[in-house]
Design a protein around this ligand. Sequence first.
Ligand code: CA
Ligand code: CA
Ligand code: CA
Length: 284
Amino acid sequence: MSVQMQERTTDEPVAPHEPDKTALSEDPARPNGPARPSRRTVATGLAWAVPVVGIGAAAPKASASPCPPDSYVMSWGGSSTTYTRNSSTSATAVTDPDGAGWMPPVTLSIASVLDGRMATGNESGSQNQNLRISSGTVGGTSSRGLQLEQTVTGTRNSVPGRSARQTVTFSFSRPVTGLSFTMTDIDAVQGDFVDMVELSGAFTYSYNSTWLQGSGTQGDPLRPRYWGDRSATENLGNATITYPGTISSFTIVYWNNAPSFSNADRNQIVTFTDFSFQVIRQDC
Ligand SMILES: [Ca+2]
Ligand SMILES: [Ca+2]
Ligand SMILES: [Ca+2]
């Protein structure tokens, strides 16, 4: 019989609690080893209030233009953005800050591809929040969230690791500069899931290094340091991502690094806060 323990959706208010501080394995190359504290965990244990800031790759400078930048916010659930979920693997968002004014709308196309033993939604099929906007705010922020929800499928006798994954491509209709957003709810529950997040391209990241680790690359994904289910009111699973250069698209790879499975529903969730960015026209 399946235990109905699920990763809480962001719609579900949960009272804050003292987080469990049982450490996960720090080495992504040895994902299935026993959870253990590491020297680095101890060394950074005092850095509660100091976010770690790193650079995923060398960032190009924004292209020169005589035009002042136009600022946009793709606001999940906000009136300035029209969001359409076509399916659990396809969505479109359109934002136009000044409506009929001279700033042109920007369209964001979102497309998910599933590999291996990975499906969208939860394992029992009773819920599917993938590419759905949360009804409430996420990660202790004032923003509603664009959610990814997925589950490993098949036998519980083996863990698929990264061979089961969701790859989400975000494509903008115009090149955007300085794209920034926060990912929330990067967490882990024993026997169930360990959120692993990789991003493409040249970005910087910032998070509370007491709770999160990694640089967001394939070899060193963003991931939690400790077991514990972060709720919608907590910011301990938050990582802020910024693409300082000009990009037209980026990709997220999301997978489950649980070292073993219990009978829990193996769904896992991460969310994105509003996307803020600039468009630099070349024709003013
Ligand atoms: Ca306009
Ligand atoms: Ca959670
Ligand atoms: Ca999560």
